[in-house]
Design a protein around this ligand. Structure first.
Ligand code: ACO
Length: 335
């Protein structure tokens, strides 16, 4: 009889990219009317990293991916699928294939997935389905964004919030499933709260035929609505994912939220009654790096030796779409 494929999911490696430029709150006050006190007290952010002229979405995503593959003890040729969560590709046709080529992951299929700041959680869950069906054994999931390309640097309501980054994890098949529960949600009726929209410009080709040739416009956001949405829907979606995992918030070793705003992190932790020492935050150094924020914060906490094999992590992404989701998983695959 043939060996049955292992269809349990484990998260066995993490990685992130090192960026070349750093912009502190005081630097921002040279661009717009703001100051460190306003930004830090409303958001928890002190500085953010930005992609320099030599960096691309491809190069950041590949660096994060390479580090995650190395931590997993694998070679790029062991990877069978790469999912790149991003809203800021180098190429609208997709950047994942360029990452695949740069890594030398010659056996991997690769595609982009867009769900804004929820992108990493959506990609993690998507990748897991390929493992649960026995299709693939090693999958690289990357979250990477260069929002600095699309921020209006003259709009103080948004430009203080965002940074650039890339993080990645390797998912591997195993006997016991460590993806304990998940829940994904969307509400397009609230789409206008947060946008990076294409603005079409009609261009007549011949008398009867007009096409649209425009460009994307800088990020717009209704901050108050996004805040209200996050503090109500994120605790709810985590509780649903915990319910599917037959766990409660008391069982969580680490609460790993999309790093949007320290006040959102605190409000969600309060609602779930998770003590602050179990809440992962790198807001102060990175700001909001969109799809990168969760794997970047995970990687920093793993490499700091805080997250141990077997620790239960509740993660939640939320953002434009609107989209939001949660996943409960155990780190590593040690028995
Ligand atoms: N510096 C100084 N003053 C500012 C700044 C700034 N950077 N930005 C806004 N202000 C001013 C406003 O002009 C306003 O002044 P006014 O009263 O004279 O008009 C005042 O501060 C209050 O502005 P609000 O927008 O009401 O500020 P609020 O208290 O709501 O805080 C913030 C704004 C921090 C954006 C908050 O709404 C928030 O955290 N929202 C969630 C946003 C978020 O996390 N988005 C990303 C999540 S989704 C994703 O990750 C893509």
């Amino acid at each position: 009889m043939l060996n049955q494929p292992k269809t349990g999911v484990s998260v066995v490696g993490s990685g992130s990219a090192r960026l070349s430029s750093r912009l502190a709150n005081d630097d921002l006050s040279r661009l717009v009317e703001t100051d460190d006190e306003w930004i830090a007290s409303r958001t928890g952010i002190r500085s953010r990293n930005l992609a320099g002229a030599e960096e691309s979405l491809r190069s950041l995503a590949a660096e994060a991916g390479r580090n995650a593959i190395a931590m997993a003890g694998l070679a790029p040729t062991d990877i069978q699928l790469i999912i790149l969560a991003t809203s800021t590709p180098d190429d609208l046709f997709g950047t994942a294939s360029q990452v695949q080529a740069e890594l030398g992951a010659v056996h991997a299929a690769a595609f982009d997935l867009t769900a804004a700041c929820s992108g990493f959680v959506f990609a993690l869950v998507t990748a897991s389905q390929f493992i649960r069906t026995g299709t693939y054994q090693n999958i690289l999931v990357i979250g990477a964004d260069i929002l600095s390309r699309w921020v209006d640097w003259s709009d103080r309501r948004t430009c203080v919030l965002f940074g650039d980054g890339a993080g990645a994890v390797v998912l591997q098949s195993c006997d016991r499933d460590r993806l304990l529960g998940f829940e994904l949600c969307s509400d397009g009726s609230m789409n206008s709260c947060l946008n990076l929209s294409y603005a079409p410009e009609p261009q007549s080709l011949i008398d009867e035929v007009t096409v649209q040739q425009g460009t994307f416009q800088p990020i717009t956001m209704n901050g108050r609505e996004v805040y209200k949405f996050a503090v109500s829907r994120v605790p709810e979606v985590i509780e649903k994912a915990l319910f599917r995992a037959s766990l409660t918030a008391e069982n969580i070793d680490w609460l790993l939220l999309h790093q949007a705003n320290q006040r959102i992190l605190d409000a969600v932790a309060n609602r779930l009654k998770v003590p602050s020492e179990r809440v992962i935050s790198n807001m102060a150094q990175h700001g909001n790096t969109s799809a990168a924020s969760i794997p970047l914060a995970l990687d920093e906490t793993v490499r700091a030796g805080k997250i141990q094999p077997g620790d239960i992590i509740a993660t939640s992404g939320f953002g434009a779409g609107l989209t939001w989701g949660a996943a409960i998983f155990e780190w590593g695959n040690a028995d």
